[in-house]
Ligand binder design. Sequence first.
Ligand code: PLP
Length: 287
Amino acid sequence: QWIYLDGELVTKENAKVSVFDHGFLYGDGIFEGIRIYNGNIFKCKEHLDRLYDSAKSIDLVIPLAYDELLEAMAETIRRNDMRNGYIRLVVSRGAGNLGLDPRRCPKPTVLIIVEQLAIYSEEAYLNGLKAVSVAQRRNIPDALNPKIKSLNYLNNILVKIQSNFAGADEAIMMNAQGYVTEGSGDNIFIVKNGVVTTPPCYLGALEGITRQAIIDLCDQLGIKLKEEPFSMHDVYIADEVFFTGTAAEVIAAREIDGRIIGKGQAGPVTLKLLEEFRKIVDQDGYK
Ligand code: PLP
């Protein structure tokens, strides 16, 4: 496995980052998770745009221009001979001293890892996941804006720990007002009487690229879609609930907080969207 690290392709064993890197010391950095389907970097521009936006927002200058970063990704994919897989693109503040001040970190660290990926079995896509709602609140926009895909994922990890304790596969987060925001690393949708609803991102969710792809698909397929706040009550009584994300794609929840959702398996709208999503994944992106 070859890893891109600060302009060079190195082996996994040689891919080492300083212990003074503020990405490690403070979670000071940003990242993207991107899929390669059949040699196509899916929604490449959307992911790179989000990365540069996250960087701008935390006042981090990515030392590579857009085309250079794209070429670095393409080169890493070629060297690993990867046609289908996952790209993790990380830019951290770089090595500094033990103080917080980013001015002491003159050189951001850029790394690209490409890897095989299979988080859920095909069976899970049909049967759905078990999920729980968690007490941990999503970072609210005026604390750390969830639109920034930062390396600071402790909130999401705490949520994952809660769902692990409950023996569940996924967690559902709410904001301080009790409106549902998203999963631990995925956006959420509910389906009721044929209408698909997802929370507006301003409630406290990442602007997921898969989320947008599903919104676009609903539009193309003539499925009615709303971006509207909802609570756990609406989740429990939904006909279908599903999560979307780069790694998870489109995956149903069969049981949430002990309530069986719909028929307790992936419903027709979820499966239709998954099927149509998988048809476009090797088209919309960069080859
Ligand atoms: N929400 C969070 C907190 C995430 O980390 C992710 C994963 O990137 C998503 C949602 C889904 O976003 P995307 O579809 O862009 O992968």
